[in-house]
Design a protein around this ligand. Structure first.
Ligand SMILES: Nc1nc2c(ncn2[C@@H]2O[C@H](COP(=O)(O)OP(=O)(O)OP(=O)(O)O)[C@@H](O)[C@H]2O)c(=O)[nH]1
Ligand SMILES: [Mg+2]
Length: 205
């Protein structure tokens, strides 16, 4: 989180990470529709040489204020994981939370695990790794095997959330879990409050 005295806002960053084609952009587009219903929010696409970064900037009315300041949430993602190491390192620098979106396809276990390792490697170079929420985009294939889940999660102890990035089930719950991490760092009880309020948002239609 960073303080901006000029505009009396606090800014927090959540990074959406995952193997290629796991539905990161799809997830973010759904979330944009959700956050539109909760206040000012804007989707921006940034093109650099050959990377594509998508960012969603939101100032949700429902987010608890911290010390009288509103919290601006920036959610961002880039494409794939292999060719874009520099981009990912920059995105992950200063991230308050990460959403790891695994590909739900049955044959994607190897790519999911490689991406988990990439995430840890990238995050390790920028200090303490950000708290991470794990989600599986189950609409992209058969549910992943229990073993694969465990391999990805064994040092977090966290459950993975099943999502359908296109249709929405699980997206708000995953977002709420990430928001909880962000606000927990700001004060006792704030995480639960933020998760409850923001996790209840639904797209306006
Ligand atoms: N039916 C369905 N299709 C999906 C879902 N999520 C993603 N897709 C499709 O899968 C493909 C990849 O989705 P993206 O959202 O572009 O994935 P990405 O993770 O941003 O991909 P990269 O940027 O290449 O890493 C697209 O054709 C999407 O339309 C989903 O939940 N359901
Ligand atoms: Mg993408």
């Amino acid at each position: 989180m960073s303080f901006h005295s000029a505009d009396h806002e606090i800014r927090a960053k959540v990074v959406l990470f995952g193997p290629p084609r796991s539905g990161k952009a799809t997830f973010l587009r759904y979330l944009a529709r959700v956050l539109e219903s909760g206040g000012e929010s804007q989707m921006t696409t940034l093109r650099t040489d050959d990377d594509r970064i998508i960012a969603l900037d939101a100032l949700p009315r429902e987010a608890p204020v911290i010390g009288g300041r509103r919290v601006r949430l920036r959610l961002c993602t880039a494409t794939g994981t292999v060719r874009y190491e520099t981009t990912w390192r920059q995105l992950l620098d200063g991230a308050d939370a990460v959403i790891f979106l695994a590909h739900g396809g049955e044959d994607r276990g190897g790519e999911n695990l490689a991406a988990v390792r990439d995430l840890r490697r990238f995050a390790a170079s920028t200090g303490a790794p950000p708290p991470t929420v794990f989600a599986f985009n189950r609409s992209l294939g058969a549910p992943p095997r229990a073993l694969e889940r465990e391999a990805a999660l064994n040092d977090t102890g966290m459950p993975a959330i099943d999502v359908d990035a296109a249709e929405g089930p699980g997206v708000a719950a995953t977002f709420a879990a990430a928001v909880r991490f962000v606000f927990d760092a700001a004060g006792p009880g704030l995480g639960a409050e933020a998760a409850k309020r923001l996790g209840a948002l639904r797209p306006a239609n």
